[in-house]
Design a protein around this ligand. Structure first.
Ligand code: UGY
Ligand code: MN
Length: 244
């Protein structure tokens, strides 16, 4: 029998690991016929919100982006944004100040969302609605190591203040150094497993796990097992993170 008092999940002041065994659903107005887990939020000290949504056949996720921008990624299943069909691996970006609506087209469709308050930049236009497909995004070697491949899903353009990337590690591949940086991350494992070091603590991680890394949370990862480890992650970019 499993011991229900055990979990790999942890929530600390500068990082969190949220595993599926701890998920508890939230009701979000406008998000109907679906289960929503708010995995990362400002309530834990984060500058982003990250959710996992499992839709029934009639599921609808709708609302107004307001001051935020929202990125939806289809993990499994099929959904529709207006007349556009989105399958697994495809995504849509809604800019601030827009109505959004994503409708399920198959029961069990899983969506990942990242939300960030948009910081305008003088001289640059606010980004527009954007659709994409991770299958069409190149994945060059990361810092010259062919065991690591990085796909950048949003345009690398100063209009954008967030990046959403997919990082693939072959088994044994690892970050080349311990990263210590001001940018924040929210991530979800899409495949595989490995060991993450967060603030000098070591965590076994696998598909379905979510991680929050606060600014300056030191980080390193190595992939283990028989298949590549893949995670999709958020990073705030292109703005001076100071109000001086
Ligand atoms: O973009 C990044 O900072 C990335 N290399 N960090 C990470 O995967 N933890
Ligand atoms: Mn990083």
């Amino acid at each position: 029998m499993e011991i229900s008092a055990l979990t790999r999940s942890v929530v600390k002041s500068n990082h969190a690991l949220i595993c599926p065994d701890g998920h508890v659903n939230s009701v979000i107005p406008g998000w109907t016929n679906c289960k929503t887990n708010v995995l990362i939020s400002e309530q834990m000290g984060a500058g982003l919100c990250q959710t996992l949504i499992t839709l029934e056949a009639e599921g609808v996720v709708s609302g107004k982006t307001g001051a935020s921008q929202i990125f939806f990624y289809v993990i499994e299943g099929v959904c529709m944004v207006n007349e556009t069909v989105l399958n697994a691996g495809q995504f849509v970006y809604f800019p601030p100040g827009e109505d959004y609506q994503v409708k399920s087209a198959s029961a069990g469709t899983k969506l990942l969302s990242f939300h960030k308050v948009y910081e305008p930049l003088e001289g640059y236009p606010t980004p527009r609605l954007l659709f994409g497909d991770s299958a069409n995004v190149p994945g060059p070697a990361f810092l010259g190591d062919p065991a690591l491949r990085l796909q950048v899903l949003l345009p690398e353009d100063l209009s954008f203040d967030m990046a959403i990337n997919i990082f693939t590690y072959d088994p044994g591949g690892h970050l080349p150094f311990v990263e210590t940086h001001v940018m924040e991350h929210g991530l979800l494992y899409l495949q595989g497993q490995g060991v993450y070091m967060l603030d000098h603590q070591w965590y076994p991680v696998k598909k379905g796990d979510a991680i929050w890394m606060a600014p300056y949370c030191q980080q390193w990862f190595t992939a283990m097992g028989k298949e590549p480890a893949v995670y999709i992650y958020y990073k705030n970019v292109n703005r001076l993170p100071a109000k001086l």
